[in-house]
Design a protein around this ligand. Sequence first.
Ligand SMILES: Cc1cc2nc3c(=O)[nH]c(=O)nc-3n(C[C@H](O)[C@H](O)[C@H](O)COP(=O)(O)OP(=O)(O)OC[C@H]3O[C@@H](n4cnc5c(N)ncnc54)[C@H](O)[C@@H]3O)c2cc1C
Length: 334
Amino acid sequence: MSNARSRNLDVLVIGAGMAGLSAAAALQKAGCKAVVIDKGRGVGGRMATRRIGAATFDHGAQFITARDLSFADVLENARTAGAALEWCRGFMADADGHARWRGTPGMSSLAKHLALGLEIVQEKQVSALQQMTDHWSIGMADGETWTAKAIILTAPVPQSLVLLEACGIVLEPVMKTRLSAIQYERCLAVMAVLEGPSRMPPPGGFAPTQGPIAWIANNQLKGVSTEPAITIHATDEFSVAHWDQNRDETARMLIAAADEWLGVGIKQFQIHGWRFSKPKQTDPSSCAVVSSAPPLVLAGDAFAGRRVEGAALSGWAAAAEVLKFDSDSSASTR
Ligand SMILES: Cc1cc2nc3c(=O)[nH]c(=O)nc-3n(C[C@H](O)[C@H](O)[C@H](O)COP(=O)(O)OP(=O)(O)OC[C@H]3O[C@@H](n4cnc5c(N)ncnc54)[C@H](O)[C@@H]3O)c2cc1C
Protein backbone atom coordinates (compact mmCIF):
# COMPACT_ATOMS: atom_id res chain seq x y z
CA MET A 1 0.00 0.00 0.00
CA SER A 2 1.36 3.47 -0.87
CA ASN A 3 0.74 7.17 -0.60
CA ALA A 4 1.67 8.60 -4.00
CA ARG A 5 1.26 12.33 -4.80
CA SER A 6 0.74 12.20 -8.57
CA ARG A 7 1.01 9.34 -11.00
CA ASN A 8 1.08 8.34 -14.68
CA LEU A 9 -0.45 4.89 -14.90
CA ASP A 10 -1.37 2.20 -17.39
CA VAL A 11 -4.67 1.33 -15.68
CA LEU A 12 -6.37 3.00 -12.74
CA VAL A 13 -8.92 0.80 -10.99
CA ILE A 14 -11.32 2.88 -8.91
CA GLY A 15 -12.65 0.91 -5.94
CA ALA A 16 -11.01 -1.79 -3.80
CA GLY A 17 -14.13 -3.94 -3.40
CA MET A 18 -14.39 -7.41 -4.93
CA ALA A 19 -14.83 -6.03 -8.48
CA GLY A 20 -11.81 -3.72 -8.33
CA LEU A 21 -9.51 -6.24 -6.63
CA SER A 22 -10.50 -8.94 -9.14
CA ALA A 23 -9.94 -6.59 -12.10
CA ALA A 24 -6.52 -5.53 -10.81
CA ALA A 25 -5.46 -9.12 -10.16
CA ALA A 26 -6.47 -10.15 -13.70
CA LEU A 27 -4.60 -7.19 -15.21
CA GLN A 28 -1.51 -7.92 -13.16
CA LYS A 29 -1.61 -11.60 -14.16
CA ALA A 30 -1.66 -10.47 -17.82
CA GLY A 31 1.44 -8.34 -17.21
CA CYS A 32 -0.38 -4.99 -17.12
CA LYS A 33 0.43 -2.53 -14.34
CA ALA A 34 -2.69 -1.49 -12.48
CA VAL A 35 -3.12 0.67 -9.39
CA VAL A 36 -6.26 0.44 -7.26
CA ILE A 37 -7.50 3.45 -5.34
CA ASP A 38 -10.32 3.64 -2.80
CA LYS A 39 -11.83 6.52 -0.89
CA GLY A 40 -12.22 4.29 2.16
CA ARG A 41 -9.71 3.52 4.89
CA GLY A 42 -9.64 -0.22 4.18
CA VAL A 43 -10.14 -2.63 1.32
CA GLY A 44 -13.26 -4.73 0.67
CA GLY A 45 -15.98 -2.12 0.06
CA ARG A 46 -19.24 -3.82 0.99
CA MET A 47 -17.32 -6.89 2.20
CA ALA A 48 -16.94 -5.07 5.48
CA THR A 49 -15.91 -6.07 8.99
CA ARG A 50 -16.02 -3.73 11.99
CA ARG A 51 -14.94 -3.99 15.62
CA ILE A 52 -16.72 -2.58 18.66
CA GLY A 53 -14.41 -3.15 21.63
CA ALA A 54 -13.56 -6.87 21.65
CA ALA A 55 -16.55 -7.78 19.45
CA THR A 56 -16.25 -8.21 15.66
CA PHE A 57 -19.03 -7.86 13.10
CA ASP A 58 -19.46 -8.61 9.42
CA HIS A 59 -21.89 -5.77 8.72
CA GLY A 60 -22.04 -5.81 4.90
CA ALA A 61 -21.93 -9.03 2.85
CA GLN A 62 -22.70 -12.00 5.07
CA PHE A 63 -21.62 -15.00 3.03
CA ILE A 64 -20.27 -15.85 -0.40
CA THR A 65 -21.51 -18.43 -2.85
CA ALA A 66 -19.67 -19.73 -5.93
CA ARG A 67 -21.30 -20.99 -9.10
CA ASP A 68 -18.43 -20.12 -11.45
CA LEU A 69 -15.49 -22.56 -11.35
CA SER A 70 -12.82 -19.84 -11.57
CA PHE A 71 -14.42 -17.99 -8.68
CA ALA A 72 -14.63 -21.26 -6.72
CA ASP A 73 -10.84 -21.55 -7.27
CA VAL A 74 -10.37 -18.06 -5.79
CA LEU A 75 -12.20 -19.20 -2.66
CA GLU A 76 -10.23 -22.46 -2.48
CA ASN A 77 -6.95 -20.55 -2.77
CA ALA A 78 -8.12 -18.18 -0.03
CA ARG A 79 -8.99 -21.21 2.10
CA THR A 80 -5.45 -22.57 1.61
CA ALA A 81 -4.07 -19.17 2.68
CA GLY A 82 -6.30 -19.13 5.76
CA ALA A 83 -8.36 -16.15 4.52
CA ALA A 84 -11.69 -17.93 3.84
CA LEU A 85 -13.59 -21.05 4.82
CA GLU A 86 -16.90 -22.71 4.27
CA TRP A 87 -19.34 -21.41 6.90
CA CYS A 88 -22.28 -23.72 6.32
CA ARG A 89 -24.52 -25.30 3.69
CA GLY A 90 -27.63 -23.21 4.31
CA PHE A 91 -29.62 -21.71 7.13
CA MET A 92 -32.20 -23.55 9.20
CA ALA A 93 -35.24 -24.16 6.98
CA ASP A 94 -33.20 -22.96 3.96
CA ALA A 95 -30.40 -25.52 4.39
CA ASP A 96 -30.22 -26.36 0.68
CA GLY A 97 -26.78 -28.01 0.76
CA HIS A 98 -25.08 -25.23 -1.28
CA ALA A 99 -21.81 -24.01 0.31
CA ARG A 100 -21.81 -20.57 1.99
CA TRP A 101 -18.31 -19.17 2.46
CA ARG A 102 -17.00 -16.43 4.69
CA GLY A 103 -13.74 -14.58 5.17
CA THR A 104 -11.74 -15.57 8.19
CA PRO A 105 -11.89 -14.19 10.68
CA GLY A 106 -14.19 -11.74 8.86
CA MET A 107 -15.22 -10.72 5.34
CA SER A 108 -12.61 -7.96 5.11
CA SER A 109 -9.87 -10.58 5.67
CA LEU A 110 -10.71 -12.13 2.30
CA ALA A 111 -10.41 -8.69 0.66
CA LYS A 112 -7.07 -8.11 2.40
CA HIS A 113 -5.87 -11.47 1.11
CA LEU A 114 -6.93 -10.61 -2.46
CA ALA A 115 -5.16 -7.25 -2.15
CA LEU A 116 -1.79 -8.90 -1.40
CA GLY A 117 0.68 -8.15 -4.17
CA LEU A 118 -1.50 -5.39 -5.68
CA GLU A 119 -0.74 -1.70 -5.41
CA ILE A 120 -3.58 -0.14 -3.42
CA VAL A 121 -3.84 3.55 -2.53
CA GLN A 122 -6.37 4.19 0.22
CA GLU A 123 -8.27 7.28 1.35
CA LYS A 124 -8.10 8.81 -2.11
CA GLN A 125 -11.31 9.80 -3.87
CA VAL A 126 -11.72 10.39 -7.58
CA SER A 127 -13.70 13.58 -8.12
CA ALA A 128 -13.10 14.34 -11.82
CA LEU A 129 -12.38 12.48 -15.05
CA GLN A 130 -11.31 14.16 -18.25
CA GLN A 131 -10.97 12.31 -21.54
CA MET A 132 -7.81 13.23 -23.48
CA THR A 133 -6.72 11.89 -26.89
CA ASP A 134 -4.92 8.80 -25.64
CA HIS A 135 -5.35 8.86 -21.85
CA TRP A 136 -7.55 9.98 -18.97
CA SER A 137 -6.76 12.84 -16.65
CA ILE A 138 -8.04 12.06 -13.16
CA GLY A 139 -8.71 14.71 -10.55
CA MET A 140 -8.60 13.62 -6.92
CA ALA A 141 -10.61 15.21 -4.13
CA ASP A 142 -7.32 16.18 -2.44
CA GLY A 143 -6.30 18.27 -5.48
CA GLU A 144 -3.86 15.83 -7.08
CA THR A 145 -4.09 15.05 -10.81
CA TRP A 146 -3.18 11.61 -12.09
CA THR A 147 -3.19 10.21 -15.62
CA ALA A 148 -3.99 6.70 -16.83
CA LYS A 149 -4.25 5.04 -20.22
CA ALA A 150 -7.38 3.20 -19.06
CA ILE A 151 -9.85 3.31 -16.17
CA ILE A 152 -12.03 0.68 -14.56
CA LEU A 153 -14.69 2.30 -12.36
CA THR A 154 -16.36 0.00 -9.80
CA ALA A 155 -18.44 2.36 -7.65
CA PRO A 156 -22.15 1.46 -7.36
CA VAL A 157 -23.69 2.44 -10.72
CA PRO A 158 -25.70 5.49 -9.52
CA GLN A 159 -22.50 6.96 -8.00
CA SER A 160 -20.57 6.23 -11.20
CA LEU A 161 -23.26 7.95 -13.28
CA VAL A 162 -23.20 11.05 -11.05
CA LEU A 163 -19.41 11.23 -11.45
CA LEU A 164 -19.57 10.80 -15.24
CA GLU A 165 -22.32 13.38 -15.61
CA ALA A 166 -20.52 15.91 -13.39
CA CYS A 167 -17.47 15.50 -15.66
CA GLY A 168 -19.48 15.99 -18.85
CA ILE A 169 -18.89 12.41 -20.06
CA VAL A 170 -21.83 11.60 -22.31
CA LEU A 171 -23.09 8.02 -22.54
CA GLU A 172 -24.69 6.54 -25.61
CA PRO A 173 -28.48 6.93 -25.15
CA VAL A 174 -29.11 3.16 -25.01
CA MET A 175 -26.43 2.66 -22.38
CA LYS A 176 -27.62 5.68 -20.41
CA THR A 177 -31.17 4.30 -20.30
CA ARG A 178 -29.92 0.85 -19.29
CA LEU A 179 -27.60 2.07 -16.53
CA SER A 180 -30.00 4.72 -15.20
CA ALA A 181 -32.56 1.95 -14.61
CA ILE A 182 -30.28 0.20 -12.09
CA GLN A 183 -31.48 0.89 -8.57
CA TYR A 184 -30.13 -0.42 -5.30
CA GLU A 185 -31.76 -1.59 -2.10
CA ARG A 186 -30.88 0.32 1.04
CA CYS A 187 -29.92 -1.43 4.23
CA LEU A 188 -29.73 -0.16 7.80
CA ALA A 189 -27.32 -2.48 9.61
CA VAL A 190 -27.25 -2.70 13.40
CA MET A 191 -24.23 -4.14 15.19
CA ALA A 192 -25.03 -5.03 18.82
CA VAL A 193 -22.68 -6.36 21.50
CA LEU A 194 -24.68 -8.76 23.70
CA GLU A 195 -24.39 -9.37 27.43
CA GLY A 196 -24.16 -13.11 26.79
CA PRO A 197 -24.71 -15.77 24.11
CA SER A 198 -27.91 -15.34 22.10
CA ARG A 199 -30.68 -17.86 21.53
CA MET A 200 -29.86 -18.26 17.85
CA PRO A 201 -29.08 -21.84 16.88
CA PRO A 202 -26.13 -22.85 14.65
CA PRO A 203 -24.97 -21.97 12.08
CA GLY A 204 -25.90 -18.49 13.30
CA GLY A 205 -27.66 -16.91 10.34
CA PHE A 206 -31.34 -16.49 9.62
CA ALA A 207 -33.53 -14.56 7.13
CA PRO A 208 -36.94 -13.86 8.71
CA THR A 209 -39.80 -13.83 6.21
CA GLN A 210 -41.86 -11.16 7.99
CA GLY A 211 -41.25 -7.90 9.85
CA PRO A 212 -38.54 -5.25 9.52
CA ILE A 213 -35.56 -7.64 9.64
CA ALA A 214 -34.16 -9.11 6.42
CA TRP A 215 -31.25 -10.94 8.05
CA ILE A 216 -29.84 -11.58 11.49
CA ALA A 217 -26.45 -13.16 12.18
CA ASN A 218 -24.65 -14.26 15.29
CA ASN A 219 -21.03 -13.33 14.63
CA GLN A 220 -19.85 -15.46 17.56
CA LEU A 221 -21.49 -18.66 16.27
CA LYS A 222 -20.29 -17.78 12.77
CA GLY A 223 -16.72 -17.67 14.09
CA VAL A 224 -16.11 -13.99 13.34
CA SER A 225 -16.25 -12.70 16.93
CA THR A 226 -14.92 -13.99 20.22
CA GLU A 227 -17.59 -11.90 22.00
CA PRO A 228 -21.38 -12.31 21.61
CA ALA A 229 -22.12 -9.96 18.69
CA ILE A 230 -25.21 -9.73 16.49
CA THR A 231 -25.63 -8.13 13.06
CA ILE A 232 -29.19 -7.13 12.12
CA HIS A 233 -30.01 -6.06 8.55
CA ALA A 234 -33.27 -4.20 8.04
CA THR A 235 -35.38 -4.84 4.95
CA ASP A 236 -35.15 -2.39 2.05
CA GLU A 237 -38.70 -1.21 2.82
CA PHE A 238 -37.90 -0.47 6.48
CA SER A 239 -34.53 1.10 5.60
CA VAL A 240 -36.07 3.48 3.06
CA ALA A 241 -38.88 4.45 5.47
CA HIS A 242 -36.44 5.12 8.36
CA TRP A 243 -33.43 6.44 6.42
CA ASP A 244 -33.81 10.02 7.66
CA GLN A 245 -35.10 9.15 11.13
CA ASN A 246 -33.02 9.26 14.29
CA ARG A 247 -30.53 6.40 13.79
CA ASP A 248 -30.23 5.39 17.48
CA GLU A 249 -34.01 5.15 17.81
CA THR A 250 -34.19 3.13 14.61
CA ALA A 251 -31.48 0.78 15.91
CA ARG A 252 -33.48 0.27 19.12
CA MET A 253 -36.58 -0.61 17.05
CA LEU A 254 -34.61 -3.24 15.14
CA ILE A 255 -33.08 -4.64 18.34
CA ALA A 256 -36.59 -4.89 19.85
CA ALA A 257 -37.80 -6.69 16.70
CA ALA A 258 -34.91 -9.17 17.10
CA ASP A 259 -35.70 -9.87 20.76
CA GLU A 260 -37.04 -13.40 20.21
CA TRP A 261 -33.65 -14.44 18.72
CA LEU A 262 -31.54 -12.57 21.27
CA GLY A 263 -32.87 -13.49 24.71
CA VAL A 264 -30.18 -11.36 26.43
CA GLY A 265 -29.52 -7.66 27.02
CA ILE A 266 -27.42 -5.37 24.84
CA LYS A 267 -24.15 -3.84 26.10
CA GLN A 268 -23.77 -1.36 23.23
CA PHE A 269 -24.62 -0.93 19.57
CA GLN A 270 -23.81 0.99 16.40
CA ILE A 271 -25.85 1.46 13.23
CA HIS A 272 -24.56 1.85 9.68
CA GLY A 273 -26.57 2.88 6.62
CA TRP A 274 -25.76 1.16 3.31
CA ARG A 275 -27.17 3.60 0.73
CA PHE A 276 -26.24 1.15 -2.04
CA SER A 277 -26.65 -2.31 -0.59
CA LYS A 278 -27.59 -4.74 -3.38
CA PRO A 279 -28.73 -3.87 -6.91
CA LYS A 280 -32.44 -4.49 -7.42
CA GLN A 281 -31.76 -5.51 -10.99
CA THR A 282 -28.62 -6.25 -12.99
CA ASP A 283 -27.49 -5.12 -16.40
CA PRO A 284 -27.50 -7.84 -19.09
CA SER A 285 -23.79 -7.34 -19.84
CA SER A 286 -20.95 -8.29 -17.49
CA CYS A 287 -19.46 -4.76 -17.61
CA ALA A 288 -20.15 -1.52 -19.48
CA VAL A 289 -17.60 -0.08 -21.93
CA VAL A 290 -18.32 3.66 -21.74
CA SER A 291 -15.35 4.56 -23.92
CA SER A 292 -12.95 2.33 -25.81
CA ALA A 293 -10.34 4.91 -26.83
CA PRO A 294 -9.07 5.60 -24.24
CA PRO A 295 -10.88 2.83 -22.32
CA LEU A 296 -13.30 3.56 -19.47
CA VAL A 297 -15.16 0.50 -18.25
CA LEU A 298 -17.79 0.28 -15.51
CA ALA A 299 -17.84 -2.89 -13.41
CA GLY A 300 -19.35 -4.19 -10.19
CA ASP A 301 -22.16 -6.31 -8.83
CA ALA A 302 -24.76 -4.50 -10.95
CA PHE A 303 -23.40 -6.33 -14.00
CA ALA A 304 -22.61 -10.00 -13.47
CA GLY A 305 -24.80 -10.80 -10.46
CA ARG A 306 -26.01 -8.97 -7.36
CA ARG A 307 -23.56 -10.69 -5.05
CA VAL A 308 -19.84 -10.90 -4.25
CA GLU A 309 -19.31 -13.51 -6.97
CA GLY A 310 -21.00 -11.26 -9.55
CA ALA A 311 -18.66 -8.40 -8.62
CA ALA A 312 -15.63 -10.66 -9.18
CA LEU A 313 -16.90 -11.87 -12.56
CA SER A 314 -17.61 -8.30 -13.61
CA GLY A 315 -14.12 -7.18 -12.54
CA TRP A 316 -12.58 -9.92 -14.66
CA ALA A 317 -14.77 -8.97 -17.63
CA ALA A 318 -13.72 -5.31 -17.32
CA ALA A 319 -10.04 -6.32 -17.18
CA ALA A 320 -10.52 -8.39 -20.35
CA GLU A 321 -12.04 -5.36 -22.11
CA VAL A 322 -9.05 -3.19 -21.17
CA LEU A 323 -6.58 -5.88 -22.26
CA LYS A 324 -8.45 -6.29 -25.55
CA PHE A 325 -8.03 -2.59 -26.23
CA ASP A 326 -4.38 -2.78 -25.20
CA SER A 327 -3.65 -5.61 -27.66
CA ASP A 328 -5.71 -3.92 -30.43
CA SER A 329 -3.76 -0.66 -30.04
CA SER A 330 -0.38 -2.51 -29.90
CA ALA A 331 -1.31 -4.36 -33.09
CA SER A 332 -2.25 -1.14 -34.89
CA THR A 333 1.08 0.49 -34.02
CA ARG A 334 3.16 -2.49 -35.21
C1 LIG B 1 -25.86 -5.22 3.90
C2 LIG B 1 -25.32 -6.02 2.74
C3 LIG B 1 -25.47 -7.40 2.74
C4 LIG B 1 -24.98 -8.15 1.66
N1 LIG B 1 -25.05 -9.52 1.73
C5 LIG B 1 -24.46 -10.25 0.76
C6 LIG B 1 -24.32 -11.66 0.89
O1 LIG B 1 -24.68 -12.25 1.91
N2 LIG B 1 -23.74 -12.35 -0.15
C7 LIG B 1 -23.27 -11.72 -1.27
O2 LIG B 1 -22.72 -12.38 -2.15
N3 LIG B 1 -23.36 -10.37 -1.39
C8 LIG B 1 -23.92 -9.64 -0.41
N4 LIG B 1 -23.96 -8.28 -0.51
C9 LIG B 1 -23.54 -7.65 -1.78
C10 LIG B 1 -22.01 -7.63 -1.89
O3 LIG B 1 -21.46 -7.03 -0.75
C11 LIG B 1 -21.66 -6.85 -3.14
O4 LIG B 1 -22.29 -7.47 -4.25
C12 LIG B 1 -20.16 -6.77 -3.46
O5 LIG B 1 -19.38 -6.68 -2.29
C13 LIG B 1 -19.96 -5.59 -4.39
O6 LIG B 1 -18.59 -5.43 -4.71
P1 LIG B 1 -18.15 -4.24 -5.68
O7 LIG B 1 -16.69 -4.32 -5.82
O8 LIG B 1 -18.99 -4.30 -6.91
O9 LIG B 1 -18.59 -2.89 -4.95
P2 LIG B 1 -18.11 -2.27 -3.56
O10 LIG B 1 -17.79 -3.35 -2.59
O11 LIG B 1 -19.17 -1.30 -3.17
O12 LIG B 1 -16.76 -1.52 -3.91
C14 LIG B 1 -16.74 -0.25 -4.53
C15 LIG B 1 -15.61 0.56 -3.89
O13 LIG B 1 -15.46 1.76 -4.65
C16 LIG B 1 -15.05 2.77 -3.75
N5 LIG B 1 -15.38 4.05 -4.38
C17 LIG B 1 -16.59 4.48 -4.82
N6 LIG B 1 -16.50 5.68 -5.39
C18 LIG B 1 -15.18 6.03 -5.32
C19 LIG B 1 -14.45 7.18 -5.76
N7 LIG B 1 -15.05 8.21 -6.39
N8 LIG B 1 -13.12 7.22 -5.52
C20 LIG B 1 -12.49 6.18 -4.90
N9 LIG B 1 -13.14 5.07 -4.46
C21 LIG B 1 -14.46 4.99 -4.69
C22 LIG B 1 -15.87 2.49 -2.50
O14 LIG B 1 -15.26 3.07 -1.35
C23 LIG B 1 -15.88 0.96 -2.46
O15 LIG B 1 -14.87 0.44 -1.62
C24 LIG B 1 -24.39 -7.50 0.57
C25 LIG B 1 -24.23 -6.12 0.58
C26 LIG B 1 -24.67 -5.38 1.67
C27 LIG B 1 -24.42 -3.91 1.72
